[in-house]
Design a protein around this ligand. Sequence first.
Ligand code: FEO
Length: 397
Amino acid sequence: MVVREVCNGVYSIGVFDWDRQVFDELLPLPDGTTYNSFLIEGSEKTVLIDTVDPEFEEEFITNIARSGVSKVDYIIINHAEQDHSGSLPVFLELFPNAKIITSEKGKELIKSMLQVPDFRISTINDRDTLSLGDKTLEFIQIPWSHWPDSMMTYIREDKMLISMDLFGSHYATSELFIEDVHTHYVNARRYFAEIMMPFRYPTAQNVKTVRELAPEIIAPSHGPMYKGKEAVDAILDAYDDWCSDRVSNKVIIPYISMHGSTKKMVSYVTDALLAHGITVKPYNLGKADTGRLAADLIDAATIIIATPTVLFGPHPKAANLTFIANILKPKAKFISIIGSFGWGGTAVDTLKGMFPNNTAEILEPVYIKGLPDEEAYGMLDRLVDEIVKKHKELFKE
Ligand code: FEO
């Protein structure tokens, strides 16, 4: 990556990870990501904001060298997760006089995860400030967007908010500021589902704080930056919507089928719901991009999990998806389970027990023996009728 000026005396010095395919060994990243880092040259002090994933520490140090700075007075750690703090140890070796500034929680985490010595770290409280001479940094804590340590750094004179994970997007792009709005929106939405949705209530409060600040530039830790009122308002409005309890007249059906019986049931339910004007999205868990599925969890009013029985329980791919959906805390109001078994098992009860975070109403599952017959289709009709009725009540004007 090259060193690029964001605004007067503020430089982007992060790196591209064009090839990364999975984050946290869990989330698919079809288009890579970026780890953003910023160098701020004040008239008296120079500050680095965050580092990058340790895999790129060489490139990162090269960027600092290319920036031409000979000393860094402070390094701000907005968030201790290693994709931002992982190159801190090598940075501290190269800049032995640089002081770390972070939150109390950030200090605890970088000490335990990176074994950074205590004497290198100073902690700040919410809304503390740091003068760089002609620039003032204000630290704003935003717990749970993404971790309890999360905070933002606001450059008052430039109205630039370095927002850390908040408002990020996982895709590697050479755009410094958003140019392709559609691509960005799709990626930011998916990122919200995967990273922020489990914490949408504290995140809603943090978005309010950002709105009150009225920044002119928002620079997240992943993906391109938001510049100007239109771009800033667009992402704040999108977050307000995604954080809210609002859902759409939409049903998603994550399914897996081994010998076709469950798939027949999924096709039948899909067509029946479509005939009632409901948006339906089946996801074949043998092939589906779980990031896209997660994005649909933001506003699906109903989730139907469809699985055959494997030995005595649900198919492991359905169990895995149910586990992920539970930790992401989707907003769905209704959940059901459909599928088929050969000779027995407890797939339905197992899946029902995998939703401890869920507050949705469980609609009567349809779990049948073998291929669906007339009686089974009748049961599916009743499930569809129930969903249609529930959605009509939910979306009545
Ligand atoms: Fe991009 Fe929570 O780290």
